[in-house]
Design a protein. Structure first.
Length: 126
């Protein structure tokens, strides 16, 4: 079950794995427009798989006047704040991810190759 929350922090007394990522979503409509929407995503995941994902979207970047005109009225909520019950979330253990740039490059390339053809727009996220 998904519910909206106005909390700025997860419930106290529980231990969470926390990540914060900065990224951007490239959005468009039937090839008629494209916009880039920068976002910050915070994720809290408890040992039981419950947790919260909060995404804050910033001002869209337009590639041209037509993009701005087409995007008007299609914008979504600036803040998505979703809570999930037990067993709904999971995370990748990155504790063994190499810090050596060359070795890290190999891991990223392997991850991208493994997800080739997937429907996900996120190829690799740390």
């Amino acid at each position: 079950m998904v519910s909206l929350s106005t909390q700025t922090q997860p419930p106290t007394g529980q231990t969470y794995r926390y990540t914060k990522t900065e990224g951007a979503a490239l959005l468009g409509g039937s090839g008629t427009y494209s916009v880039l929407v920068p976002e910050t995503r915070e994720t809290w995941i408890a040992a039981d798989g419950s947790g919260r994902i909060r995404t804050v979207k910033r001002a869209a970047v337009y590639f041209g006047a037509n993009d701005r005109a087409e995007w008007q009225g299609k914008e979504t909520s600036r803040i998505d704040d979703l809570s999930y019950g037990p067993g709904k979330l999971s995370y990748k253990d990155l504790s063994r991810t190499p810090t050596d740039p060359s070795a890290l490059k190999d891991v990223i390339i392997a991850s991208m190759a493994a997800s080739a053809g997937s429907q996900s727009s996120t190829q690799f996220e740390v």
